[in-house]
Design a protein around this ligand. Sequence first.
Ligand code: LLP
Length: 438
Amino acid sequence: YGTSRINQRGHLEIGGVDTVALAEKYGTPLFVYDVQDICDRASQFKQAFAVHGMKYQVAYASKAFSCIAMVQLVDELGLSLDVVSSGELYTALKAGFPVERIHFHGNNKSPEEIEMAVKAGIGCIVVDNFTELTWLMAMTKSLNKEMDVLIRITPGVEAHTHEYISTGQEDSKFGFDIQSGQAAKAIEMIEANEFIHLKGVHSHIGSQIFETDGFTSAVEEIYKQLALWKKTLHFQPAVLNLGGGFGIRYTDSDRPLPLANYVDSIVKAVKHHAGKSGMDIPEIWIEPGRALVGEAGTTLYSIGSRKDIPGVRTYLSVDGGMTDNIRPALYQAKYEAAVANKMNESADEKVSIAGKCCESGDMLIWDISLPKVESGDILAVFSTGAYGYSMANNYNRILRPAVVFVENGEDHCVIKRESLEDLVRNELSFRAEAEVKR
Ligand code: LLP
């Protein structure tokens, strides 16, 4: 993974930094991000577009992992930023991200969120439904501000992925349906409005996708509609946004494609179908989240208790679990791990890694071969950079971990570990006479 290697002490090193030393310095659980790996992946996407001489934007889907430092890195890499809530937008604005490169998504943007986006003057809003469209029309008018928009459509393409994370099929909470004419109606409404400018269309077909044909079919379906809308509505998109979803490697059984393959297939499909329908080639936008940060992240845990059930299984518990990585519990997601302080020892013991929550489903990894471990050893779980910290929670009142960026032998803490104080910060006593001890 990325810049990780085994150093002379037999420890796992990432970005030139000894992870065992990181665990000692910052405590565990700890998210470690390999900055170089993120940069390399951003370059792969950009290069892939550049060779086609295309106008494009690669927008990082900040839901995968957002914090001020991450947003600043995204800016440094020249990418755009996809936000889906006032929280992600606030983070972007606090980080000083160029507003014109921010895209706002979501199936239930509130009037307050729309106001925030319009006032900030962000690059575009991806309009998802009629409720939002009505609010946006009212807001832009009352603030006397203009806004570029894309409309999100559901092209009726199902990606080959876990069903919880497929969003492109017709029966979806996201976007305007095309078959029933809703998308066409939305286009007409926007085109008739003087404050909102329709730049193009958006579709996102799912996540952790390992084939390019989901994307090419989406392009094909979209162009069927575009050809129709060209005739009936005289509408041609300047932008075609095909969303994210590019698969990454969690375990050996995942075979991700080179990132350029996705881009190549998308670009070819767009050129082909645009040409066939006599349309100009639009700008192509994509929105990778996982593919930019997933493999760059590693979580370090301390091994705690051990339970041997003779002839059945050995449970090794770590000091985190579904509070910092809910994906195994939620999606039966699989991960690989290593013992960071015993990288050269042979993996001859089969164990299962349990989280610390009071819940049987809080298992991080079933049946993994590791060297013989003891309490205090450091377990490194790989590919936790996407939807790990961003989906972290305080179940059982467990504190959210710290996050560290590593690069060229240096470590930078970018999110501090939550404290017990933080946990009760917003809490008030119920009975007036009772006093909270602080
Ligand atoms: N664009 C849109 C409109 C999206 O809905 C998503 C993800 C992305 C881009 C980025 O997708 P990515 O490139 O990261 O696959 N929590 C789940 C993933 C949910 C993805 C939701 N939308 C997980 O942990 O697998």
